[in-house]
Write a protein that binds this ligand. Structure first.
Ligand code: 13P
Ligand code: SF4
Length: 305
């Protein structure tokens, strides 16, 4: 297996140089994929990196909306998603048509759209946010009479409690994060009384209520580095544990649930990365009209977040 991986990695590196490609990898990806990255990060960090890169090709190891955001920001670059089935089920819980209908019911509402959404949905929105900057983005909407937050009801609810702003919440959710149960956190806290518990804001409010910190995946990486805590209970998708352990060998990371796996994130492998680079296959592009409207919402986020 190691020999096979070494062979794949060698081919990927040589093709990457030949094509002037950069490999961007989300914190939930398989460890072997994280290890070949030029950059590993959360959704916000990855879109900032995509916006600035001078590479001609971006190999996006994450899910579809992330590659799409890179393409929205860099239409002249080739953006590859090594497996086109790598979608985000939460992003699929809203469509542009259903959002248009909702907007008709609330014509004055400012639409804040979590980046976990399609380009078409972003195009119908006023501003995007990620879990790293959602609170800051909503705090800035001082003039908004009404705010509609889509599609994650739990991130929306968290932002609402942090900012004191009442918001209309779209009833979407992440099927992976709802597997994280409050009783698992309580049990782990009792077993590890010195540990700090960090959770992602996609978790349910009962889980968030038990956490010491509520952070994006990038925020968790920074917290692990900077905190004095030697034991950290981690309430998010399991893939992040690889990076946390690799960067902090002296600390102990305890996942709240081994079942918190995002199956589509795991579709990207060394094999699919190599295949897409070899064939320039699985290019993600957004139709120009939609792209420009979606870009306005993404740009607003990048300027303000
Ligand atoms: P982050 O932006 O925190 O990396 O989260 C992305 C995501 O899909 C969480 O499920
Ligand atoms: Fe989507 Fe949840 Fe997977 Fe994140 S973990 S990509 S929100 S399904």
């Amino acid at each position: 297996m190691e020999n096979r991986n070494a062979e794949l990695i060698e081919k990927i590196i040589s093709l990457k140089q030949r094509e002037n490609a950069i490999i961007l990898v989300h914190n939930y990806q398989l460890g072997e994929v994280q290890d070949i990255a030029d950059f590993v990060g959360d959704s916000l960090e990855l879109s900032q990196k995509a916006a600035k890169t001078e590479a001609d090709v971006i190999v996006f190891c994450g899910v579809h909306f992330m590659a799409e955001t890179a393409s929205i920001l860099c239409p002249d670059k080739t953006v590859l998603l090594p497996d086109m089935h790598a979608g985000c089920p939460m992003a699929d819980m809203i469509t542009a048509k259903r959002l248009q209908e909702k907007k008709k019911e609330h014509p004055k509402a400012v639409v804040v759209c979590y980046v976990n959404s399609s380009a078409e949905v972003k195009a119908e929105s006023d501003v995007c946010c990620t879990s790293a900057n959602a609170v800051r983005i909503v705090e800035k909407l001082t003039d908004a009479e009404e705010i509609l937050f889509v599609p994650d009801q739990y991130l929306g609810n968290y932002v609402s409690t942090k900012t004191g702003r009442k918001m209309l919440l779209w009833p979407g959710f992440c099927p992976t994060h709802i597997r994280i149960q409050p009783h698992d956190i309580s049990r782990l806290k009792a077993e590890h009384p010195q540990a700090k518990a960090v959770v992602h804001p996609e978790c349910r409010p009962e889980v968030i209520a038990l956490a010491d910190e509520v952070l994006s995946t990038g925020g968790m990486i920074r917290f692990a580095r900077e905190s004095e805590a030697e034991e950290i209970i981690v309430g998010t998708e399991i893939g992040i544990i690889h990076r946390l352990r690799k960067e902090n060998p002296g600390k102990r990371f305890i996942p709240v649930s081994e079942q918190a796996v995002c199956p589509t994130m795991k579709l990207i492998t060394l094999e699919t990365v190599l295949w897409s680079l070899e064939n320039m296959a699985n290019q993600v592009r957004v139709q120009q009209r939609t792209r420009l409207r979606a870009k306005a919402a993404v740009d607003k986020m990048l300027e303000g977040g």
